[in-house]
Write a protein that binds this ligand. Structure first.
Ligand SMILES: Nc1ncnc2c1ncn2[C@@H]1O[C@H](COP(=O)(O)OP(=O)(O)OP(=O)(O)O)[C@@H](O)[C@H]1O
Ligand SMILES: [Mg+2]
Length: 467
């Protein structure tokens, strides 16, 4: 059994040849597309292992010629262009397997053995053109694993659960799966389950009939029905209230929904992608997330690594965002290599989103077109101060944490939040003034009667605070 290896990097060719020979294959090595075609015209091979970018062409773009010579030949693609685009193009050719570089040589040898063993089975379908302008940037090893998972779900309707910290790109992955997948002609409908008041979730998801509840003045088509034939993206699934979880589970099990107040079971054909930045397992243990729903959703988990675990991607991401910023009308800037390296050493706790926001500010605030390490250091410093002012332990986060834990009822959020904010403020100032309301009002800069009224409403007793 012989394998045709098309690889123009001699050091890689040597190790692959050795590994394949150890597996009992003869290896014919060539370095160009022309030579490849000549070999294929002369004899039959058991498998083709090919690089993508070769001196005289592209191993994927010219794959039709390989197919013409031998339609059944298993093809294994190696690539240093580790973009999602290459992964998808490779899968679209119907290649048996795609290996981003650097890869594990033993795994490659095993795969060739397997490919020869079940020649005929293919990863994807044939003949589809690869879409251009893919949204995900980054070629680090952890992102390669993500791309591979994405390519595995494009030709089927398996439910995908996208996990990862906030700002790691979960929504982008969901969109990519839809855009690249076989449902791309259908709608992509996103629902943020955390943003909808608990009592409206069911109506949002499943729709309602006219008169189903007070305020239901007309029939409403829910997200499930809107997504029919396409993809339904259930974002922030970890924040979904229990009752809605139960109804969602029923819809997923039966493949049909019933509008609120409706009788009819309506069949829906949707691909579900769910996402959350929460750790669902402890939530299941605490009884806040249904275990059976978890298993329904977690068919194919795709976990996005935090940016700090793929610092290699930071320069590429930063340049990508600089060019997006320029397209959106901000000044066009460049990053020096030293500046890019400095960016890669920052912690980026808010992940890609934080990097993106910072880069946009950078484009706006930088004084020179080329941002060097010194200019960047100054802006990073300012960013840090800004973060400290607003950030950890600061008011912004406190408000967000308060909202997440209190979940005030819709229609009461502002008043409840204001009361929650005023109470510690008034109490602190009254303590400072020994319970003296007149002085407290002066310190606060508000009218004495306003303060008195609010203290009554909040049931704060100045006398108790005077002690
Ligand atoms: N790999 C990537 N390449 C290019 N842009 C990215 C990448 N990952 C994330 N982004 C961008 O970063 C921002 C945050 O991504 P996204 O909204 O998908 O995060 P998320 O994981 O859904 O966060 P959250 O949990 O807070 O909802 C978006 O502007 C997105 O376009
Ligand atoms: Mg999101």
């Amino acid at each position: 059994m012989s394998v045709l290896l098309v690889e123009d990097d001699p050091s890689i060719a040597i190790v692959i040849t050795a590994a394949l020979e150890a597996e009992g294959f003869d290896v014919v090595h060539c370095v160009s597309i022309a030579e490849r075609d000549r070999q294929l015209g002369e004899r039959r091979f058991s498998a083709l292992v090919t690089d993508v970018i070769l001196t005289d062409g592209d191993g994927i773009a010219t794959i039709d010629r390989v197919r013409a010579a031998d339609p059944e030949l298993p093809i294994i693609i190696l690539s240093a262009q580790n973009t999602l685009d290459t992964a998808v193009r490779a899968t679209d050719t119907g290649a048996f397997e795609y290996f981003p570089k650097p890869f594990d040589i033993d795994e490659l040898a095993r795969t060739v053995r397997q490919a020869v063993g079940n020649a005929g089975s293919r990863l994807g379908e044939e003949g589809e053109a690869a879409p251009a302008g893919l949204p995900l940037v980054g070629r680090s090893a952890p992102m390669q694993a993500v791309y591979r998972m994405i390519t595995r779900v494009l030709r089927n309707d398996l439910t995908v659960l996208v996990l990862g910290e906030s700002g790691t790109g979960k929504e982008l992955v969901a969109e990519a799966i839809h855009q690249l997948g076989h449902r791309k002609a259908g709608p992509f409908v996103a629902v943020n389950t955390a943003a909808i008041p608990a009592e409206l979730i069911e109506s949002e998801l499943f729709g309602h009939e006219k008169g189903a509840f007070t305020g239901a003045v007309a029939r409403h088509i829910g997200k499930f029905e809107q997504a029919n034939g396409g993809t339904l993206f259930l974002d922030e699934i970890g924040d979904m209230p229990m009752q809605a979880q139960t109804r969602l589970l029923r819809a997923l099990q039966s493949g049909s929904i019933r509008r609120v107040g409706g009788r009819e079971e309506i069949k829906v054909d949707v691909r579900i992608i769910a996402a959350t930045n929460r750790d669902l397992e402890p939530m299941i243990a605490a009884g806040n997330f249904r275990e059976d729903l978890y298993y329904r959703l977690n068919v194919v988990p795709i976990t996005l690594p935090p940016l700090r675990e793929r610092a290699d991607d930071i320069p590429a991401l930063a340049r990508h965002f600089l060019s997006l910023a320029a397209q959106e009308g901000l000044p066009r800037r460049r990053l020096s290599d030293a500046a890019a390296a400095l960016l890669a050493r920052q912690p980026w706790r808010g992940n890609v989103r934080e990097l993106r926001n910072f880069i946009y500010r950078l484009a706006l605030l930088a004084r020179e077109d080329t941002i060097d390490a010194d200019a960047l250091a100054a802006l990073l410093e300012a960013n840090l101060r800004r973060e400290e002012a607003a950030g950890e332990g600061g008011l912004d986060l406190a408000v967000l944490a308060w909202l997440a834990s209190e979940r005030p009822a819709p229609g009461t959020v502002y008043d409840t939040a204001l009361a929650a904010f005023e109470r510690p403020l008034f109490e602190a100032v009254l303590r400072d003034t020994g319970g003296n309301q007149l002085r407290a009002a002066q310190v606060l800069g508000i009218n004495r009667n306003t303060l008195r009224k609010r203290l009554t409403e909040l049931e704060i007793s100045p006398v108790e605070l005077s002690r």
